[in-house]
Design a protein around this ligand. Sequence first.
Ligand code: FAD
Ligand code: SF4
Length: 509
Amino acid sequence: MVNKHRVSIWVLGDQLLNKHPAIEAAETTHGRGSVRIVMVESLRRVRRLAYHRKKLVLIFSAMRHYARRLQTEGYVVDYQQTETFLEGLKAHIFAHGSAHLYTMAASTYGGRRFQEARLADALDLPVTVLPNTQFLSEHYNPYPDPTPGKRYVMEHFYRAMRRHFRLLIDEAGDPVGGQWNYDKLNRKRLPKGLTLPEIPRFPPDEITLKVMKEIEDSGEGFGKLAGFDLAVTREQAQAAFDDFLTRRLADFGPYEDAMSRDHTTLFHSVLSPYLNLGLLEPLNLARAAEDRYRAKTSPINSVEGFIRQIIGWREFIYWQYWRTMPDILMANFWGGNRPIPDWFWHGKTEMNCLQHVLSRVLEQGYAHHIERLMVLSNFCLLAGLDPIAVKDWFTLGFIDAYEWVMVPNVLGMGLNADGGIIATKPYIASANYINKMSDYCQSCGYNQKKRTGPQACPFNTLYWNFLIKKEELLRANPRLGRNVLGLRYLDDAERQAVIEQGEQFLENL
Ligand SMILES: Cc1cc2nc3c(=O)[nH]c(=O)nc-3n(C[C@H](O)[C@H](O)[C@H](O)COP(=O)(O)OP(=O)(O)OC[C@H]3O[C@@H](n4cnc5c(N)ncnc54)[C@H](O)[C@@H]3O)c2cc1C
Ligand code: SF4
């Protein structure tokens, strides 16, 4: 029976916001007594891809904690576990007789289309979809009408965001410290003997332990479940951020691109899992980091570097996602067509860098940015892997993966499958870069200086093979001139040797 005074709010699992706009809107109009909140765990969604087990625990535990918090605040929460979202919503409307559904726009293309185009008909009631408040670029969009096919540069987008939100901007409207960008100070290798702070850990409580048991019993998922210690509440996520501000922000900048055999994170924040779930808000993080600069406890290059990640890269990626979907899913500029190698699933390879990074993905569902870009996706691009297979692998491998962030980062930044719409050049590199920024090569069976022969590092063979095979396309890109110039030093015999060794390696991938 429909109760014309009752309204429901559907809170999606990655919208665990402190101030949820749909809850606020419904409550203001109808009063708390008339409001019902519905949250749905979709079992089909879980089975669609073998997601990382730690990610499944993170999402379901955070959702259940959020539901409990709302209950303690006096809301009636209906927590559904059904095959699909629609089944859960239908069961809820049938049980509670609500006359209206409120929700906040999903961060993903398919989810938003479902809310806007199908939900009202499917539930046979009016649906109000409120604007998404998780991203700053939903509120202020520097380029509301982008020209199709035009290349937009992150740096310009970022400066517009900084100006608008007045972050690290002085009274005259200029960047504090006189520069917009301190990247040149932020490319250091990790020195030997530097002590790295531990990342805070949050032992599982009874809710998390129950989710862990359910995931274990279901047999679903990829990667290691044991040792789950991520934050699952707003308070814990805030504690993780406070710890970063106090113990890591000051050194974040210099070592953000460095990689280490012994450490998964250096001074990285490891906040993406919480930001992407709505447990932390980007503007709060950026302002708190700026406060540390103003209080002179963290230097400008680290603070600017962190703010650049949060309101520059993260927002730019989200903006690019909406700009390029759904066409980007068909993009394959470099023609990659190979499947993911088997060893990507278990991490057993002689390549020391990949072996370390893959084992981190299996264990923790995390690797830091440069490992994702310059080790994993660099390899996938050089080896000609199929872009959609790579995107799917990343999606299930990482605890912070959602479509809005995965599609532009993997297809655009990592694989340049869009031909340079999102990133102006393909991020390809030989072992030289990996050796410069890490200690992986020191204990690798391959020789980082060789490109052919039994000991040659596969990154080198594949890099030169890629340059030879794609020379014409690469030459057309002005930002890659220097890379292609290196081909001058290869005579015909060397080119042939690279091609043969590259092909042999790829055949046995
Ligand atoms: C191939 C590839 C795949 C990626 N997949 C994901 C993903 O699934 N989920 C995800 O959140 N990020 C992804 N990223 C971006 C970035 O690598 C991670 O956000 C970052 O490594 C998370 O670790 P952190 O919190 O310690 O980041 P930090 O280095 O401490 O940076 C701070 C924050 O900046 C934001 N950020 C920085 N760069 C980006 C970016 N390119 N895109 C979005 N946010 C960014 C993140 O929220 C991050 O938490 C990917 C990058 C690449 C190249
Ligand atoms: S030598 Fe090559 S494979 Fe080995 S760690 Fe260095 S880059 Fe990786």
